[in-house]
Ligand binder design. Sequence first.
Ligand code: ZN
Length: 278
Amino acid sequence: MKWIQLNSPKLDSVSRETICILPLGATEQHGPHLPLATDQLIADGMAERLDEACGGKLLVMPGLPATCSEHHMAFPGSLTLDHDTFARVVTQLIHSAARHGFRRFFLLNAHGGNMAIGGVIAEQLSTSLPDAEVVFGTWFRMAGERLRHLGEGDYPAVGHACEFDTSLLLALRPELVDVAAIADDGIAPTSPLLRFDLLSGGPTVRSLPFEQITTNGVWGKPSKASADKGRAILDITIPLIADILAAHWPSAPGMDGKSTNVPTSNGALSPSPRRAHA
Ligand SMILES: [Zn+2]
């Protein structure tokens, strides 16, 4: 179910045990070949498929027009909120839904720039809404190593406007991909900056403006992308996220029969339904 497509009485008839999904993407440059909405299209596309996988029994909230993209502002078209503003907007959206009685929230993230503050938001909401349960998860980190075998480029499978981003757009919205403009990043694979990717993350955190990493806005090998690979990413990631939801909220609508056997390694969320960040 999509929150904004229901009318008020229909929304009021939805069980308050329902899991509300807030898809978090970005509006920012994605190289010369992908649209500015790439991360939002991935977040929305995954939320829609997740709802389908759960029998249409999730409540998908509207996404945000911009999130945390300061590191892409040197490239035309990027829009950004600072961390404080983003946290306040997300917090007030969740508080609004909680005022209507909902208490199970999953923040489904598709953008690296939202990851650090996303964890903080989930922690803060556990204090400001003690009767609610708020879980934050990023698709490429939740699915993590289960996706690694799909990567063909030598580095990184998930960077930016990369092999995986481009494959997902080719599967979700192929009409928005300018295939003729696809160009790899040209960064030497020996660079110590690039000995990790976003599937598993690096040993430390250092935020660099993207113009210091790449000249064309790409980090990775979109030349290795395909629609089949995008569908394979979705086929692995969507059931995994459904299992994570079932592990947190086994009694929620749409969770019947789903596995609660979710791995806790590699950033996947603990099945503990409360205080999962401990
Ligand atoms: Zn992004």
